[in-house]
Write a protein that binds this ligand. Structure first.
Ligand code: GLU
Length: 305
């Protein structure tokens, strides 16, 4: 495994065709696109990493997997009143489908869906309580108490996130969002602004690779049924309108973020985190996707194998 990762960093990680860093969040616009890290945490407790795998980055939409898990913990199947379970085929921040579908987002991993999930978590909770809960859940699954929010990134989105504000108001008009929009967006922007490195992120996905149980510590986090459902949503919806392409090329449940990270899950085998800040046209890490494609070719880990 270490040889495979070293080869990926030496080849794909050095590519000149790196895509473009997300610049609609000013705080992310200055991230050096030449960084590249990867970490594989296996279900038998081994951790392999290379490149810039200790460098913190903004996990952005990868956090939607964690906020969904927290919401499912509170509401169980009640969550599906807020969001659907279908791929969107639309860009991550699109408002078009919402109008056709009466304000109910297609799935929890597009921006509208994750904003609706933040609203669901805020039932009977203040934003600071919801955020404390999401952060402590992430620290628990990653087994790392040092994980924090990057408040500069959160502030940068609060200052510029008019499109997300529009989505939230639109859903409020339809009664999907019920809490004050400022509370909902404050919660959403902050959980997107959690900073992690590839090692922490790979560790955090182990419960999804272990059928709901962290295979290393033996601690059950969620039921197997719930883990399988989250993995299936990641496979179908984890890369916005690039989800089909990701399933075709990589064949693993995965969730990307505009910070350039991707968390991928090889059920029963490993949790993988890769980070390269340059994005492709649909907002997914360009080299991160290529790296996972190569990793799966070498390991045969596709869920369709
Ligand atoms: N916080 C980002 C936004 O709302 C998340 C987008 C992403 O990572 O894809 O635009």
């Amino acid at each position: 495994m270490q040889d495979i990762l070293d080869d990926i960093v030496a080849t794909i990680g050095k590519s000149d065709d790196r895509g473009n860093v997300a610049d609609y969040i000013p705080e992310l616009a200055g991230v050096d696109p030449n960084q590249f890290g990867i970490c594989v945490a296996t279900t038998d407790g081994q951790v392999f990493s290379t490149g810039d795998s200790e460098q913190l980055f903004s996990i952005q939409s990868i956090s939607k997997v964690f906020s969904l898990t927290v919401a499912l913990g509170h509401l169980g199947d009640g969550v599906w009143k807020w969001v659907g379970r279908e791929p969107s085929g639309d860009p991550f921040n699109s408002i078009v489908q919402l109008e056709h579908e009466h304000g109910k987002p297609r799935n929890p991993f597009i921006n509208a869906g994750a904003i609706a999930i933040a609203d669901a978590i805020l039932m009977k909770r203040l934003p600071k309580e919801a955020l404390a809960e999401i952060l402590s859940f992430v620290r628990f699954i990653a087994d790392d108490e040092s994980i924090c929010f990057d408040s500069k990134v959160a502030q940068s989105e609060l200052d510029t996130g008019e499109r997300n504000r529009a989505l939230a108001h639109f859903m409020k008009a339809y009664g999907i969002v019920k809490q004050p929009v400022d509370y909902v967006l404050g919660t959403y922007f902050h959980h997107c602004a959690i900073a992690m490195n590839c090692r922490q992120l790979a560790q955090s996905g182990l419960f999804l690779a272990g059928d709901g149980r962290n295979p290393v510590t033996g601690v059950r986090v969620i039921s197997s049924n719930r883990a399988r459902r989250i993995n299936s949503l990641m496979l179908m919806c984890g890369h916005y309108d690039g989800s089909g392409e990701f399933a075709f090329r990589v064949g693993l449940p995965g969730k990307s973020g505009v910070g350039g990270g991707i968390l991928a899950v090889a059920p029963g085998k490993a949790s993988i985190a890769v980070w390269s800040p340059g994005l492709d046209e649909v907002g997914n890490s360009k080299l991160g996707t290529a790296a996972l494609e190569r990793l799966v070719q070498k390991t045969g880990w596709s869920v369709f194998a």
